[in-house]
Design a protein around this ligand. Structure first.
Ligand code: NDP
Length: 295
């Protein structure tokens, strides 16, 4: 069993981003700039946004966190997004999900200029990804592809089983793995809560991507000997054992699945760190105007 080490890969890629950010700053006279909007005070969202901001500083980006009270109206939020869309000194904009129930996440996502949509959630970016055109790829699937590429894992012809079909993880992951690219060229099965006999489906996977949101959901009896196992899940549980007061668990029963796997990502220390890298790479591309020309 080998570990797909998010700590090591993310550190290496962030060093490269830092060098490119410095070159951009020297040429443009300003740093790449990411704005993150956070609505309310959900504990998980606060942690994610703080980590994104911290990582921006680390690689030499400017970062701005705009916070709104949970009662902010949809109209006020969208007006702010439109203002940021027009600001030439802001390259990337993300709105941390989930949003409170009175705000339509689809309206918010579509209000963001797709050229600043570094989360890659806008329908234009998703459509372009499907067609293998230059675009911002959703950060988590992008990070996973970077990790597979880093370890030189040959995915061509393999059967990949993705568990979970969300717009931000499972569905884009299934598209990327099926694309005619490297990594990619997999035969993909996309499963969800209505899948019949999930265990039989997952057992077919040479590659298994678990993005469900349920602690230890993928057990050893569901995984083929030698499979490559990617655990996207982040399940927080209160704990007296840690300083933060909580502990993170993946969607995969790591202790029992790892001995059967050829490669596996740990939680924490796996996909979560690569998601940040995906976001940073998208922001750098947005600043450089390599995917969409500036202006
Ligand atoms: P969603 O809740 O949006 O989607 C979960 C998916 O799992 C759905 O498609 C759902 O099916 C499916 N599912 C739920 N129960 C079952 C079941 N019993 N059998 C089969 N499929 C099931 O979650 P996300 O995709 O947003 O996130 C998934 C996990 O990944 C979470 O733990 C989240 O915290 C984590 N995450 C981690 C990130 C990282 O950086 N590491 C980034 C983003 C998310 P259906 O569609 O039928 O309801």
């Amino acid at each position: 069993m080998n570990i797909l080490d998010g700590k090591e890969v993310s550190a290496k890629i962030k060093e490269d981003i830092k060098v490119e950010a410095a070159a951009f700053t020297a040429a443009a006279g300003r740093k790449p700039h990411l704005v993150a909007i956070l609505v309310g005070n959900d504990g998980g969202s606060e942690t994610y946004v703080a980590s994104k901001m911290r990582n921006c500083e680390l690689v030499g980006f400017e970062s701005t966190n705009i916070r709104y009270d949970v009662e902010v109206s949809e109209a006020e939020l969208i007006a702010k997004i439109q203002e940021i869309n027009k600001d030439p000194n802001i390259d990337g904009l993300i709105v941390q999900l989930p949003l409170p129930a009175h705000i339509d996440p689809d309206k918010v996502t579509e209000a963001i200029d797709h050229r600043k949509d570094v989360d890659g959630f806008h329908p234009i970016n998703l459509g372009r990804m499907q067609r293998n055109l230059p675009c911002f790829i959703p950060a988590t699937p992008y990070g996973i592809m970077l990790m597979l590429a880093h370890y030189g894992i040959d995915t061509a012809g393999k059967h990949a089983v993705v568990v979970g079909r969300s717009n931000i993880v499972g569905s884009p992951m299934s598209i990327l793995l099926a694309r005619n690219s490297n990594p990619g060229n997999c035969t993909v099965t996309l499963t969800h809560s209505r899948t019949k006999d999930l265990k039989t489906e997952v057992l077919r996977g040479d590659i298994v991507v678990a993005a469900i949101g349920k602690k230890n959901f993928v057990t050893a009896d569901m995984v083929k000997e030698g499979a490559i196992v990617i655990d996207v899940g982040i399940n927080r549980e209160n704990s007296t054992e840690t300083k933060s007061g909580f502990k993170l668990y993946g969607d995969v029963d790591f202790d029992n699945v790892a001995p059967k796997a050829s490669w596996i990502t740990p939680v924490p220390g796996g996909v979560g760190l690569m998601t940040i890298v995906g976001l940073l790479k998208n922001t750098l591309e947005a600043a450089k105007g390599t995917i969409y020309a500036k202006g």
